[in-house]
Design a protein around this ligand. Structure first.
Ligand SMILES: [Zn+2]
Length: 116
């Protein structure tokens, strides 16, 4: 369950800045600080981005903050899976090519990845 960690009171913001960075709705009571990761432009809990990759912190309504943290988590797990899949298919492609060079060309070849 993703919950923003750094919650502050909207009154600590100047009136001009008392808006959610996501939906621009006015922040009334509590809001969350989220840190922008310049590598993939996702928002994370304050302190969740290496300082040299951080674009700074921005205020968000709690609903949007939760949503954005969850999105960033989904995105990072998808990226991890995607890079694993790319490595796996490169390996598979190489072994299929080796096998194809040894066997006859009449063997049907699947161009799609095997589903699991
Ligand atoms: Zn919002």
């Amino acid at each position: 369950m993703s919950k923003p960690r750094d919650i502050d009171d909207a009154l600590t913001l100047s009136k001009d800045n008392r808006f959610c960075t996501c939906c621009e709705r006015p922040l009334r009571a509590k809001f969350a600080w989220l840190e922008l990761d310049q590598r993939d432009w996702t928002y994370h809990d304050f302190g969740g981005v290496p300082p040299e990759k951080s674009q700074g912190c921005f205020p968000f309504g709690l609903t949007c903050a939760r949503k954005l943290i969850a999105q960033a988590e989904v995105l990072s797990s998808q990226q991890a899976r995607a890079s694993h899949r790319i490595r796996a298919s490169q390996f598979l492609g190489a072994s299929q090519m080796r096998r194809a060079s040894r066997t006859s060309k009449s063997e049907p070849q699947s161009t799609s990845e095997p589903t699991q």
